[in-house]
Design a protein around this ligand. Structure first.
Ligand code: NAD
Ligand code: ZN
Length: 341
């Protein structure tokens, strides 16, 4: 048996339970989890909001950001050994559809996420298909390896367009927006302006090389544009807030021909000025997950080349203190929060 955080009932809450250690198939490995990151999605599941009620079927072990060590190999597994430090792509794809066959797993229409569609990583042990594993390079600390999943969201979004010498607007200074700012700086963006309504998070983003923070609750984005003497507007927009007001301010402040990558889950009722999109010739791209495994490669090599995302980790809790950890995430006064066994 093992300890795990289980969404046991269809109501708000999360429960530490004793459950069986997962059995592995011939092409799976069993991983002993050492550290895990809390994602906004986990909080949705704990809070049992509309999205969670529509998408999660209890009982379910939650969590999808993790690092650990292989403790058992399926009979057909090659290329890995017991003791290897690994994390994994949390989207399990069908392997059969057009996009999977073309090596574009991030576009698989039948992908299932661990910690949501199947059991996840807030557990002492986790079974993963070997094809989802990502070996953690010796240069990368385990704490950073535990958040490669959300870092990968940031990298996938930020590397969607050429940022060199471009003026970049980032809406939403949550952990993913902040990491995207660090990537934008690392690859050579010119000005990076980041917006939020939370001073704690804007302050954190200053450690990641942004040119200007804007608290849109009491400052105008136009002021930042004029302070930075940007003549045209933003060339690149990276949306991480999931907030329609933020998205509209982005659309309005883009230069003609600008490109926007959208990761934040905007509500279906979001309205925008389509005139702006059409007459400015804007490009809009939706981003889901990570490109498997090209994003993982780029993440590893940027980290090994000096990109430092460590300031984004602000809190660490023993797994047993999960209630306090979720309270910190709920408060918004944090970057990434790590749970440790
Ligand atoms: P988060 O909720 O921690 O961050 C969102 C930030 O937006 C918060 O800091 C919030 O204060 C800020 N915000 C709210 N209103 C704003 C406004 N008007 N202007 C500017 N900022 C505003 O989320 P995160 O973990 O950093 O993730 C970013 C987004 O991406 C979330 O919407 C999340 O659900 C989504 N997400 C998408 C994918 C995907 O694959 N597409 C994967 C992970 C997360
Ligand atoms: Zn597929």
């Amino acid at each position: 048996m093992m300890q795990a955080l289980v969404k046991k009932y269809a109501k708000p809450g999360i429960w530490m339970e004793s459950v069986p250690i997962p059995k592995i198939g011939v092409n799976d490995v069993l991983i002993k989890v050492s550290k895990a990151g809390i994602c906004g999605t986990d909080l949705h599941i704990v809070n049992w909001d509309d999205w969670a009620q529509r998408n999660i079927k209890p009982p379910r072990i939650i969590g999808h950001e993790f690092v650990g060590e292989i403790v058992e190999l399926g009979a057909e597994v090659e290329g890995y050994a017991v003791g290897d430090r690994v994390t994994a792509e949390g989207h399990i794809t069908c392997g059969l559809c057009r996009n999977c066959l073309a090596g574009k797993k991030h576009l698989c229409a039948s992908s299932i996420g661990i910690g949501g569609g199947c059991d996840g990583a807030f557990a002492e042990y986790l079974a993963m298909p070997v094809t989802n594993l990502w070996r953690v390079h010796d240069d990368i600390p385990s704490e950073i390896a535990a958040i490669l999943d959300p870092f990968g969201n940031a990298v996938h979004t930020a590397l969607s367009f050429d940022l060199v010498a471009e003026d970049v607007l980032i809406t939403g200074a949550g952990p993913i927006g902040i990491m995207a700012a660090a990537v934008s700086r690392f690859v050579g963006a010119r000005h990076i302006v980041i917006t939020d309504v939370c001073d704690y998070r804007l302050k954190l983003s200053e450690k990641m090389g942004v040119s200007r923070t804007v608290n849109v609750a009491h400052e105008k984005l136009e002021q930042a544009v004029s302070d930075l003497r940007m003549s045209n507007g933003f060339d690149i927009g990276l949306e991480f807030s999931g907030n329609p007001v933020a998205f509209n301010s982005m659309i309005n402040s883009m230069y003609h021909g600008g490109k926007i990558a959208i990761l934040g889950f905007l509500p279906p009722t979001t309205e925008i000025s389509w005139d702006q999109v059409i007459f400015k010739g804007l490009h809009l791209k939706g981003i889901y997950g990570r490109e498997v495994f090209e994003t993982w490669y780029k993440m590893t090599q940027m980290l090994r080349s000096g990109l430092d995302i460590s300031p984004v980790i602000t809190h660490r809790f023993p797994m047993q203190e999960y209630k306090d950890a979720f309270d910190v995430v709920r408060s918004g006064l944090c970057g990434k929060v790590i749970l440790e066994w």
